[in-house]
Design a protein around this ligand. Sequence first.
Ligand code: ZN
Length: 186
Amino acid sequence: MDRKRIEDGVREIIGGVGEDPARPGLQRTPARVRRAYEEMLSGYEVDVKKLINGALYEIEHNDMVVVSEIEFYSLCEHHMLPFFGSAYIAYIPNGWVIGLSKIPRMVDVFTHRLQLQERMTGQIADCIMETIHPQGVAVVTSGQHLCSMMRGVKKNKIRLVSSCMRGVFEKDEELQARFFSQIRLP
Ligand SMILES: [Zn+2]
């Protein structure tokens, strides 16, 4: 990341809204914002394959695995404002399962970018297909967007629910129903 460019940009915004970037309370704001962005947008440079390296375990029974309520925080690419919520993931293994802690970390890789919730949901599903090679995967995300809460329509209770089905989940409605019966969307 280009630290100087980010800090210069933040200083421009502060000046642009009519504030004084040199006043004591704002002097160190560009650096603080830059550090926050470095953390919130850290998903670009992560090698997902490396991340799950060594965390695949062989299993005998290929029963559905459901990981529920994976908290996420992301930034919408339209307003660079946060959207946040939970992700729900199910997959039907193909002889292998992945360590539980790796799935939330995989989610973080795609949420820590400038995103559209719908695209992010698909990217998570595709990533699981490509790394674990399960028979199928289902991903549902439910998110609240500050850009529609603080501004625009100002509707605080709107949640965007996005889903993505891959492999055996794509056409098997019974399987989809089993997944939805096991999760409780807010
Ligand atoms: Zn937005």
